[in-house]
Write a protein that binds this ligand. Structure first.
Ligand code: 3PG
Ligand code: MG
Length: 399
């Protein structure tokens, strides 16, 4: 892979040059207060930004946040992120109230060497996510006009064929930032020849989201542990009753076929925490996974399952984990995710946590991040990388 890197760009000298940095500052916001509930993705891009600031570049950062529909929507403003980014950098970040309009233009023009600007949410503009090449290209032209060089450090968005990820690098000298490089370096170890046993833990709500990665991983892994909302469709495929638990009826047959082809590598829960309702204070207890009472909803894997998963993880030499084991945001249903995370942290293995949700879970549960070898900032991106797909953002850097 021939990708130019931030060091190559720094080597050319960037003092006084306008450098565009695509970051993934799509951080979770508290539903009530709008405050940033996990700033992991902001911290992850600091090494790249600091290097550019130190080298005297005019740094123009852009990102998406959430999924606004191509027009300004205040609940998805990046303004709070600009504040947090400024605190972490120890210098004010100049915030533009639009992405390519008057505010953006004057903000960029006003930047002194070593200063940082953040433009408003890319997805406030239709061109960012448009499927129409011309519409995307027109938006990319406007963005590219702000810079002399482009750095992609938005690993979480490299799987999106969006203007800022795919089309701007075609218009400017382009390099990979520190975060993108590190992510690719780590994940390529998993797609190469990982040390065995190689154990993958998958959770999260939907089998349909994970189907492609399960198909791609099955031949490579020694064990595939499945928890989270998606386990119920597998349990149903084994002929068990799952009560009112999350179920993707149309995926049952697919799960049955996966189980048949899995040569016993797939491990499913043997017990689950079932509740009367989807609520933090709902009455709940542990039931066998092969007979969840009707009307009850499984919200976490049970203690016997945690012990079984922990035993499988104990001997592993390589571990990849994506997706919570239960509704970890509610304390009553956080034990499964915590138990599995602790087992991964303890294992004498190369450990990678993939994804927005599982990474946020590690921090929300107060676990020590340094106990994992790598916590990816990409959810969908890390899964698509492991599937072996061509990622538009990476491909754009290779050209
Ligand atoms: C993510 O959170 O997975 C990335 O920021 C990409 O966001 P998206 O799924 O809305 O494209
Ligand atoms: Mg996503």
């Amino acid at each position: 892979m021939s990708i130019r890197t931030l060091d190559d760009l720094l080597g050319e000298g960037v003092s006084g040059r306008r450098v565009l940095v695509r970051a993934d500052l799509n951080v979770p916001l508290d539903k009530q207060t709008g405050a940033i509930s996990d700033d992991g993705r902001i911290r992850a891009v600091l090494p790249t930004l600091k290097a550019l600031v130190d080298a005297g570049a005019k740094v123009i950062v852009f990102s998406h946040l959430g999924r606004p529909k191509g027009a300004p929507d205040p609940q998805f403003s990046l303004r709070p992120v600009a504040g947090r980014l400024g605190e972490l950098l120890g210098a004010p970040v100049h915030f533009a109230e639009d992405t390519v309009g008057d505010s953006a233009r004057s903000t960029v023009e006003g930047l002194a060497d070593g200063q940082v600007a953040l433009l408003e949410n890319l997805r406030f503009n239709k061109g960012e996510t448009s499927k129409d090449d011309a519409e995307r290209g027109a938006f990319a032209d406007q963005l590219a006009a702000f810079g002399d060089a482009y750095v992609d450090d938005a690993f979480g968005a490299v799987h999106r064929r969006h203007a800022s990820v795919h089309d701007v690098p075609a218009r400017l000298p382009h390099v990979a930032g520190r975060l993108v490089l590190r992510e690719v370096e780590v994940l390529s170890k998993l797609t190469g020849e990982p040390e065995r046993p190689y154990v993958v833990v998958l959770g999260g709500s939907k089998v349909s989201d994970k189907l492609a990665v399960i198909e791609a991983l099955l031949p490579k892994v020694d064990r595939l542990l499945i928890g989270g909302g998606m386990c119920f469709t597998f349990l149903k495929a084994q002929g068990h009753e799952v009560g009112s638990s999350l179920l993707e009826e149309e995926m049952v047959q697919t799960c049955r076929s996966l189980l048949e082809r899995s040569e016993g590598k797939i491990m499913l829960p043997v017990d689950v925490v079932a509740a009367d309702a989807f609520a933090p204070d709902a009455a709940h207890d542990t039931v066998r996974a092969d007979g969840i009472p009707s009307k009850r909803v499984g919200l976490d894997i049970g203690p016997e399952t945690v012990a079984g998963f922990a035993a499988a993880l104990k001997g592993a030499r390589t571990i990849f984990w994506n997706g919570p084991m239960g509704v970890f945001e509610m304390e009553a249903f956080a034990h499964g995710t915590r138990g599995v995370a602790e087992a991964i942290a303890k294992a004498d293995a190369f450990t990678v946590v993939g994804g927005g949700d599982s990474a946020a879970a590690v921090r929300a549960l107060g676990l020590d991040e340094s106990n994992f070898d790598h916590i990816s900032t990409g959810g969908g991106a890390s899964l698509e990388y492991l599937e072996g797909k061509t990622l538009p953002g990476i491909a754009a850097l290779e050209n």
